[in-house]
Design a protein. Structure first.
Ligand code: MN
Length: 184
């Protein structure tokens, strides 16, 4: 069952769980394809909006990491870790490098987050907060041109900002395996 369906099935007027409780997910999958990259994905309207980040995310606000906007992925893909066989699109090994919840900056509910993300995708500026195992705090994704697929992923300066290379934390958050261990 998708999170969307789960939410539809809840009657928030009859349960103590507030509608504003955050359930939107993000995931970063380290992907050893023809070129190693990190797929950064945010749940919006039942799909995973996706960017391929060649150098991976950074916690240093001075870094601006190129993020190529790629096709949406199904929500179920967020937990995929394993091998995409040779000959298939994206062939190679996939690790769930980080995952967690996210919300749009200054949003008060998931529905408000999704509205802000839809607007941001049109305008080319997204501002959000990640609550992952590795990635935490405020980030921005900024499009470099009007029609361009090229965006920049940037850490905003907050208490989680750091000059330490976060990509050195190199184990799956799902299985604690390295990429070579996953590809065995
Ligand atoms: Mn990929």
């Amino acid at each position: 069952m998708s999170l969307k369906e789960y939410r539809k099935k809840r009657d928030f007027s009859k349960t103590p769980e507030p509608e504003g409780k955050r359930k939107l997910i993000f995931v970063v999958q380290k992907h050893a394809a023809s070129h190693l990259h990190y797929d950064f994905r945010l749940e919006v309207d039942g799909v995973l909006k996706s960017w391929a980040v060649p150098k991976g995310p950074s916690m240093n606000p001075a870094d601006k990491r190129l993020a190529i906007h790629v096709e949406d992925h199904p929500l179920d893909y967020a937990s995929f870790e394993g091998i995409i066989p040779a000959g298939n699109y994206g062939a190679g090994t996939v690790m769930v490098w980080d995952e967690g919840l996210y919300s749009a900056y200054n949003s008060h509910s998931d529905s408000e987050t999704e509205k802000l993300m839809r607007e941001g995708l049109r305008k080319g500026t997204l501002h959000f907060i990640l609550l992952g195992h590795k990635l935490k705090g405020e980030f921005s994704l900024v499009r470099m041109g009007n029609e361009d697929k090229q965006w920049l992923l940037i850490k905003m300066d907050d208490q989680y900002a750091s000059k330490k290379d976060i990509t050195k934390q190199d184990l799956s958050v799902l299985t604690k395996r390295t990429l070579p261990e996953i590809s065995k």
